[in-house]
Ligand binder design. Structure first.
Ligand code: CU
Length: 377
């Protein structure tokens, strides 16, 4: 589809007993189309049909997945790439969406758990849209060419420079667009630690380049700064803290060490309440020993600082920000999409274990209930 298109997608649940709903990850749709069962709709039960309809105002790399019992359903394959091309005519490009996913241990890129070889004529502009549909951070290497990270989480970067050999670590749910001009030799996108790879060469054959893991690519100092509608020096209308830790207590009647936010266990997590137009600062602190890819629905977050250090490269907009153990991020967003939105960890097992917050616009309530039928996580 293209930016500006009115998109209609009919979802028919043939035989998934627990129901489904489809969320458009990273696409800032109107709230009613967000596809979260129990928040923006009821789960679609077997035999039922549900139609989503929205205009796409962004262009870039997104994905869709079930938001009903998502920790099980996404793992088992209820997901896909969702690519929105920019307006206007495009140069002829080899444009490939590459979804990385683990099926009970088998690591796949697209439909391949081995090497997917394809022919690409030298001189062809190539865009690889790498999507991590797993719950855990995954690392990739693109070898055989210099390249640019043209976009992060569906948002183009400003003046991304040529890089080579860097390890690309993608948050669970995150996306990087990699662009390069096809050389005369083989280029390989390799999932580190897996057999899965995508190899492009002029004749679809040939020796594969070494896939050495280099220094980690860091969006925080990549590309050039540009003006944004707000930045670290803005006056914020609201400021929220999300400090993630583990605490002993009861969750659904189970005693144990559970995910806590600001010292509280769910359901006593804070709900972040905003008014339309607010410029909001949010601070994420990870006081645990696991990554938490924090995914805010309906909005993109501008990353301001990491561990107190300002972002010095291109404006870095994220919808799925990986907060690693010990890290602290400050982000900002404009509350410009009224509704009731999830803001949750996209390690879907963590979400199922309660690591889910909500962003609520003043005066907005939902008629849908989380309970027996609707289980968004
Ligand atoms: Cu998490």
């Amino acid at each position: 589809m293209r930016e500006g298109d009115l998109v209609e997608i009919a979802v028919l649940n043939v035989n998934i007993d627990e129901g489904v709903s489809i969320h458009w990850h990273g696409v800032d749709v109107p709230n009613a189309e967000d596809g979260v069962s129990g928040v923006t709709q009821d789960a679609v039960l077997p035999g039922q049909r549900y139609t989503y309809r929205f205009k796409v105002h962004q262009s870039g790399t997104f994905w869709y997945h079930s938001h009903q019992a998502s920790s099980r359903q996404v793992k088992r394959g209820l997901y896909g790439a969702f690519v929105i091309l920019p307006r206007g005519s495009l140069p002829r490009t080899l444009d490939l969406a590459v979804v990385a996913h683990s099926f009970s241990g088998a690591r796949t890129l697209g439909a391949h758990d081995g090497i997917d070889r394809r022919a690409a004529a030298p001189g062809t502009p190539v865009r690889l849209r790498v999507i991590n549909s797993d719950s855990f951070s995954r690392r990739f290497v693109l070898s055989g060419t210099r390249f640019r990270v043209a976009a992060v989480d569906g948002t183009e970067l400003n003046q991304p420079g040529l890089i080579e050999g860097k390890t690309l670590e993608l948050a669970g749910g995150g996306r990087y667009d990699l662009t390069f001009t096809m050389p005369t030799r083989t280029v390989q996108l390799h999932w580190l630690g897996a057999r899965a790879a995508l190899a492009l060469s002029p004749d679809g054959r040939g020796a594969l380049p070494e896939a050495d893991a280099g220094q980690k690519f860091d969006p925080a100092d990549y590309g050039s700064p540009a003006r944004t509608r707000f930045d670290a020096s803005s006056d914020f209308d609201r400021a929220f803290m999300v400090k993630i830790e583990k605490r002993f207590g009861f969750l659904d009647g189970r005693f144990g060490r559970h995910w806590a936010v600001n010292g509280k266990l769910p359901p006593e997590f804070p709900t972040h309440i905003v008014s339309e137009g607010d410029v909001v600062k949010m601070t994420f602190v990870n006081d645990t020993d696991e990554d938490h890819p924090m995914h805010l629905h309906g909005h993109h977050m501008l990353v301001l600082t990491r561990d107190g250090e300002p972002v010095t490269g291109s404006p870095w907009w994220s919808d799925t920000l990986n907060v690693k153990p010990g890290e602290r991020y400050e982000v900002a967003f404009r509350a410009d999409n009224p509704g009731l939105w999830m803001d949750h960890c996209h390690n879907l097992g963590h979400a199922a274990d309660g690591l889910v917050l909500h962003l609520a616009y003043e005066g907005v309530a939902t008629p849908f209930m989380v309970g027996t039928r609707n289980r968004p996580e």
